[in-house]
Design a protein around this ligand. Structure first.
Ligand SMILES: NC(=O)CC[C@H](N)C(=O)O
Length: 386
């Protein structure tokens, strides 16, 4: 042990290359290991921190003021509880101040403590973003100790020893263990989340770490929703006789979900049912249809990404959160590319030719972010009535 007392610092971020950023600890006391990514959204920190797709990741917010609208019980995206199945750490430019907002039920610091999310504030997040931009998303450990005692060498060794997200299957850990029904629609002024009366079409959502707003956006199209665990077989899904199937977002490497996801998705494709995939669901559907996924250097994490719908020529501003991408060059003849990122040209959507099966890399449910892509839920719902 070579514990060091850092003068004035109660929090650190230590990267695998030995870089140490010092600041003020926030939230849970302790340490957390993960891939360090930056998110460029200017609003929605609570939704971002509770997105299950951020499991095993430490989030650096490029927007400096985080925490000033507090936290509430509604803006939670994960179905389960706690940081175990969402972002494990958070980094802020400014120390969070007292919240002021009519929806606030408490402050970010105490909420992060309760959830077990380790935070670091008062660091130069621009400098960190430049490191990530130039060298790719590093492995790191975030640590918070009110006494400022840190064993930096041990933290560096821990970050170096981690094998990272490539090859890591996290979707079944983020998933619900039991099937459940869902009938809550998207938030409406002033009543909040409405109960939705479902029409006679039903959808099974396979939960690989689903965000609540995907379920809400889907419910608002008027369909009846049942959510099932990630490990549910295609036979069990089809036995529910759904009119369509949604493959959700989720954490980890899409190529590592092995036996329980991709082979079952192949059977769902063969069933002829309409299918919509979102983010991890998009990537796994692409693999099931014969394409390949690759790890990105920095990934896309934000609420301001331009994406072009190649089927209509329209550009939409979207919410993004992914570190893997479908390799366009691997798309088989049976697929068409439907969406593309205008930031770096990476694939953002596919459809099976002449079949009601499509998927997108971005997050049409927003939460946080613009709602330009909500039309995709209607595109899916319409395919069930066709
Ligand atoms: N939001 C998601 O579903 C993320 C998918 C996958 N885990 C990735 O990082 O690319």
């Amino acid at each position: 042990m070579t514990t060091q007392i850092l003068s004035g610092a109660t929090g650190v971020l230590v990267l695998a290359d030995g870089t140490v950023l010092q600041g003020i600890g926030v939230g849970a006391v302790g340490s957390a290991l993960g891939e360090v990514v930056f998110n460029t959204a200017m609003t929605g920190y609570q939704e971002i921190l509770t997105d299950p797709s951020y499991m095993s990741q430490i989030l650096a917010f490029t927007f400096p003021h985080v925490g000033n609208v507090g936290v509430n019980v509604e803006d939670v995206e994960q179905i389960g509880d706690g940081a175990g199945t969402a972002a494990v750490g958070a980094i802020f430019r400014d120390v969070p101040t007292d919240p002021a907002n009519w929806r606030s039920h408490g402050d970010l610091d105490a909420w992060m403590k309760r959830r077990g999310v380790v935070g670091l504030s008062g660091v130069d997040t621009r400098a960190l973003t430049k490191i990530i931009r130039d060298k790719g998303a590093p492995h790191g450990v975030i640590a918070h100790d009110p006494e400022g005692r840190f064993d930096i060498d041990a933290l560096v060794a821990q970050a170096r020893a981690w094998t990272g997200l490539v090859g890591l299957d996290l979707a079944k850990e983020a998933s619900t263990l039991q099937a459940f029904d869902w009938d809550e629609g998207v938030w409406e002024w002033p009543a909040g989340y409405p109960k939705v009366d479902a029409a006679d079409k039903s959808v099974v959502v396979v939960d690989y770490g689903v965000k609540r707003n995907i379920l809400r956006a889907l419910a608002s199209t008027g369909v009846k929703i049942t959510v099932v665990p990630a490990t549910t077989s295609a036979e069990d899904i089809l036995a529910r006789n759904p009119d369509g199937v949604v493959l959700s977002n989720g954490p980890g490497d899409p190529a590592a979900t092995g036996e329980y996801a991709v082979p079952e998705i192949k059977k769902l494709v063969a069933s002829g049912k309409p299918i919509m995939g979102i983010c991890l669901g998009h990537q796994m559907l692409a693999i099931a249809l014969g394409a390949r996924t690759v790890k990105m250097e920095q990934g896309h994490h934000g609420a301001n990404h331009p994406v072009k719908d190649l089927t209509t020529g329209k550009v939409e501003i979207v919410s993004m959160n992914h570190g893997f991408t479908v390799d366009r060059d691997s798309l088989p003849e049976t697929l068409v590319e439907t969406h593309v990122s205008l930031f770096d040209g990476t694939n953002c959507g596919i459809a099976v030719k002449d079949r009601p099966i499509f998927s997108v890399q971005h997050h049409p449910e927003a939460s946080p972010g613009p709602t330009d892509s909500l039309y995709l839920f209607n595109r899916f719902a319409d395919s069930m009535w066709a």
